[in-house]
Design a protein around this ligand. Sequence first.
Ligand code: GLN
Ligand code: ZN
Length: 769
Amino acid sequence: MTPKSAAAAARATVYGYPRQGPDRELKKAVEGYWQGRVDAARLQDTARGLRAAAWRQLTSDGADEVPTGDFSLYDHVLDTSVMVGAIPARHRAAVTADALDGYFAMARGTRDVAPLEMTKWFDTNYHYLVPELGPDTGFTADSAKQVGELREALALGLRARPVLVGPVTYLLLAKAAPGTEDGFAPLSLLDRLLPVYEEVLADLRAAGAEWVQLDEPALVQDRTPAELAAAERAYAYLGGRADRPKLLVASYFDRLGEALPVLAKAPVDGLALDFTGAASANLDALAAAGGLPGKRLVAGVVDGRNIWTGDLERALATLGTLLGLADRVDVSASCSLLHVPLDAAREKDVDPQVLRWLAFARQKTAELATLAKALTHGTDTVAAALAANRAALASRAASPLTHDPAVQARTAAVTDADAHRAAPYGERAAAQRAHLALPPLPTTTIGSFPQTGAIRAARADLRAGRLDTAGYEKRIEEEIRQVVSFQEEAGLDVLVHGEPERNDMVQYFAERLSGYLATRHGWVQSYGTRYVRPPVLAGDVSRPAPMTVRWTAYAQSLTAKPVKGMLTGPVTMLAWSFVRDDQPLAETARQVALALRDEVRDLEAAGTRVIQVDEPALRETLPLRTDARPAYLAWATEAFRLTTSGVAAATQVHTHMCYAEFGDVVDAIDDLDADVISLEAARSHMRIAHELAAHGYPREAGPGVYDIHSPRVPGADEVAALLRTGLKAIPPERLWVNPDCGLKTRGWPETRASLEHLVAAARTVRGEL
Ligand code: GLN
Ligand code: ZN
């Protein structure tokens, strides 16, 4: 390909960058500040140093334009709330007393004041703090953070572009403040908010910004005509101001759809669009809309969500098409690089052959630089990089590490019958009743018991070689003995082994399945100072050996009561990992499901009568666009059934999900065909029991009666009252009594007392039947 014209050189840029620093310096500084070990000045110094280092790194890796303002001490949506002065009344005193402490009070709460609610940022595993707005919310501009960070980058001599959460997305992500009357929509505050954005934009221009990016990812979701009209009004307003920088409106995570023509016609200077995955529909839509004449297009052609080396030639082909559709085309990752780890080159334990398949933030930046250079100077100038890219992709495609013919043959041979229990529910329920002989309102827990410091220390000792495997396993057995004997004394009906051997519900299984890869430095921000290291689904998945049977069987050997086997389901195993981009997710899910199916069968063969397969991620992985949901739910529920359908009618299959909002997946929950489902419900007063009943849910359910998110011990009366409420919706032979979720984050004293109250309540209410 040759460059279209001698017009402006294509630039490589990104919308955001990992914040934490190469060794999570930011986490250490922020937590040190909370603990009083680091003062505010040192925290801000550390933050400034990390920003400068990130910009320098971006530049040396080949970015021509760096983002500013995307950095955050906690969360960029919270920063936006501060920028527009949307401080909830309960936090105002703290913010006035000390801006930094007030900021953290909004993020984390204090002894007296609750924090803002936290929720997932679109379909990523990043969590933001939900703005709380009401009809009385007044906005005021505070551009200090944005202006300050822009000045820092400009002072380094860099071409810098501030990045802001756009006003429409900000309002669409907000919720009505507590106490606001029903029917209030935060978007109704748009006209009040726009002048504040106008002021921030003017300040940024005065500080030297040529371009400012406004992120509007909310526009890739299904939007009503009124919401689209709001977007049109917002950008007509901001675009129409005289005293403004050039505006780049960015969207990512999916296609813009009906919002594309709205933004294309808006009086702004550029759009940034995602052209990867499902969002590649933007390409045809853009052509159909007549392109972006006179505007700048920033093309997200390198996937910002996965950790794989991208296909540069395919990206160049996309860019070639786009060159004819806009005034100028620049190159970016599809979304902020916040969602990927920093540097694959640091993964010294990864096979060097595999390492070249991996691209974290630094490697993705280098890909962007290659693409921009190819656009500007022609592909000949990057021939070596393209050849290396081709070779890496070819090696991955042909590698026995990614392709296992036995696994592929097995998934190809899956039949519909494999994904269905042989017996209908009614028959299973009767067989299980006979097999388990449980009382009405049976009591159980969700799986984990408190993960004490001693358990974590034993794991650390094992890793460090201070403890051998036999010694570690003895400690785990000791823990299981205690957990089982406590449950017997407390009088629970279906016991668990307590999951002491698990560091994490996904990682534990990933470490035992072939096809998964672990990283050493692959940290990504989950929220605030919490970072996770998701495992990587790299190749075809199989299970070399049983993963949990030993512990479940050991627990069962200690008691006559049924011990429930505990597994993480296939959808959750994908959702909390980096997934493959070289085969459909449905195929990966099937492979994981078959591996788990073997585990389910082995548990049954070892005498396990109840098996729970957790799927807390089923709902959070829903595609952003509703038209993509049926296909997702079809493969997701099939994978669950494939995992669980290989057992006899008398073996009881449980599932668990950790949320109370599930209206949009209630049909899917039914489709799982689990014999028993446990869900979160304690805080919502068993509302879910009534929703299940209203839906005609035919099987057994355990709406949680103990809120495990708080150390508070519920009284037996309180639990009994919840059960009576549940019984109005679900009959006693189908209603289970359990906490909202696992107990691993709780201490023993409150766990002990709460479960004793839970059993006492079940007994009281049984007596009333
Ligand atoms: N079985 C897991 C536990 O109890 C479930 C955790 C979850 O739902 N997130 O810890
Ligand atoms: Zn849960």
